[in-house]
Design a protein around this ligand. Structure first.
Ligand SMILES: [Zn+2]
Length: 223
């Protein structure tokens, strides 16, 4: 094994040892079941470590990640994760998490040709095109982050429209959908204030959160 991979095994042995000594029986307890309360749908970006940045341990967060945290109605991968999380694990919260400075969002915004992923990022370009007129009013330097936030709102709405979530709501299961954005520059999560727990609430929640995003980007940038 090459040395750079061996480091990972060394780290792993240390992590497992420290975890077990801090909480004896930790791994054997997890064998029995996982009962996470949250499904995290985030970007694949290596700078956004889901569990770590919300201080959750293995077993506490169910995670799906893809480039630019997109929820596509025909993506069997994401839908399968959602279905298992909602129907089997009965998570109470589905959180779509974008992040500032997202490379996927930047590529979508600027029509950068990267490769196969361009096709995936068409979904983000749909968001860009939908909000094109407003985005043009945002100063260039803040436009990527503005689209990151719009993308979170649109993907959160997409999550609400899935059969998985709609069926859960129809049978009275308590599950809500949220949208957050993570700041690469400061390590802080911001709540985009879209919190939806019923099908009827989707349009108003979206409009409310959209107005808040717009207001923030129309205000002068904080020093
Ligand atoms: Zn990203």
């Amino acid at each position: 094994m090459s040395d750079d991979l061996k480091d990972l095994f060394d780290n792993n042995r240390r992590w497992a040892g420290e975890t077990e000594s801090r909480e004896p029986g930790f791994f054997s307890r997890l064998l029995g079941q996982q009962a996470p309360q949250y499904l995290w749908i985030g970007c694949a970006d290596s700078r956004v470590p889901a569990n770590e940045l919300v201080g959750l341990l293995p077993g506490e967060l169910f995670v799906h990640r893809n480039v630019a945290n997109v929820v596509v109605h025909s993506d069997l991968n994401c839908l399968s994760v959602m279905q298992f999380a909602v129907d089997a694990l009965r998570v109470r919260h589905i959180i779509v998490v974008g992040h500032s400075g997202c490379g996927g969002v930047r590529a979508a915004l600027q029509d950068l040709r990267v490769g196969l992923v361009d096709n995936w990022l068409r979904h983000v370009q749909d968001v860009r095109n939908k909000h094109h007129a407003w985005l043009e009013t945002v100063p260039q330097a803040r436009r990527v982050d503005a689209l990151c936030e719009l993308n979170v709102l649109e993907q959160a709405v997409n999550a609400c429209q899935t059969t998985v979530v709609r069926d859960a709501w129809a049978r009275g299961q308590s599950v809500s959908v949220h949208g957050w954005v993570y700041g690469l520059h400061n390590g802080l999560l911001e709540d985009l204030r879209i919190d939806v727990g019923r099908a009827d609430d989707v349009p108003a929640a979206y409009e409310h959160a959209l107005a808040a995003v717009k207001a923030r980007f129309e205000a002068p940038e904080e020093a």
